[in-house]
Design a protein around this ligand. Sequence first.
Ligand SMILES: NC(=O)c1ccc[n+]([C@@H]2O[C@H](COP(=O)([O-])OP(=O)(O)OC[C@H]3O[C@@H](n4cnc5c(N)ncnc54)[C@H](O)[C@@H]3O)[C@@H](O)[C@H]2O)c1
Length: 309
Amino acid sequence: MRILISGGAGFIGSHVADACLEAGHRVAVVDSLRTGRRENIPAAAAFHSLDLFSPELAEVFRTFRPEVVCHHAAQVQVGYSLEHPEEDATQNLLSSVRLLEHCRAAGVRKVLYASTVGVYGEPQTLPVAEDHPVDPLSPYAASKHAVEHYLRLYRVNWGLDYTVLRYANVYGPRQDPHGEAGVVAIFTRRLLAGESAVIHGAGEQTRDFVHVEDVARANLLSLERGSAAVLNVGTGVETSVTRLYALLAELTGSAAAALHGPAKAGEIFRIRLDCRHAEKSLGWRATVPLAEGLRRTVEFFRRQADGPG
Ligand SMILES: NC(=O)c1ccc[n+]([C@@H]2O[C@H](COP(=O)([O-])OP(=O)(O)OC[C@H]3O[C@@H](n4cnc5c(N)ncnc54)[C@H](O)[C@@H]3O)[C@@H](O)[C@H]2O)c1
């Protein structure tokens, strides 16, 4: 199958590219390298260094003729979206509609969309299933959710199929440790450097941490399954940020105590996901336990810190 991956130079998109190539598919990556890195892109993928708004994207669709578009390109910082809601809407909503227009014109069969559990806001009940009310707390979550509506419209009006994958907190190798998001990468880098890291708030807030290889596999299964489905992609396990810090301190051999800073705006207090719908629809469930996933992640960042030699 010919698969075009937007954001394929980024953290999650590059793992999806790896998984698709490994399964024998042809892959083209479109990425502006705004936050992504060229070295993340697998050598076997065709790379187009383009913004989603670039007119040259039409030529990529014309020549590569993707059957499925896997849409991961986005600005992913919640804090940035609160400061620059208009720019966030441009980067996350308008660029997505532009991409969907290319899909429509090129007769793409299906779009896989990287959405977020941020769409639910603060959960009213746990675990959170897909029928939980939507209540985004940030422009980022609102713009990510708005795209889900457009996907439904493109299917109803023009027969473009989709699967929406609402990711929990994704972690693993290649996550940016310098950004605002990605608590596992941020803690790991600092602890490996012998520094302490800042926990925002008391640290009792919980997240559902899912390993990026499990997320890539959910994308792979969605190529053929999950038609018109909205699916949670997580583990169902709730882990507090304090507990995460302790696990990473142990794996990195760090004795540095956590520092505490003010809680962040736009963030929820507790979450864990009900992922039975993804199991039924895709035959998918998370397989990488947190301790093992963190071990692999720490190994990756340790190798990076040690450098190529
Ligand atoms: N990381 C998580 O925990 C998480 C959770 C929920 C949802 N998501 C979603 O998954 C997707 C990937 O996130 P990530 O963590 O890998 O982030 P990332 O920043 O590593 O990847 C995003 C990629 O998109 C590219 N990009 C951004 N805007 C672009 C544009 N206009 N044109 C072309 N390329 C552009 C960037 O250069 C980058 O390579 C995003 O859509 C994000 O909203 C991530």
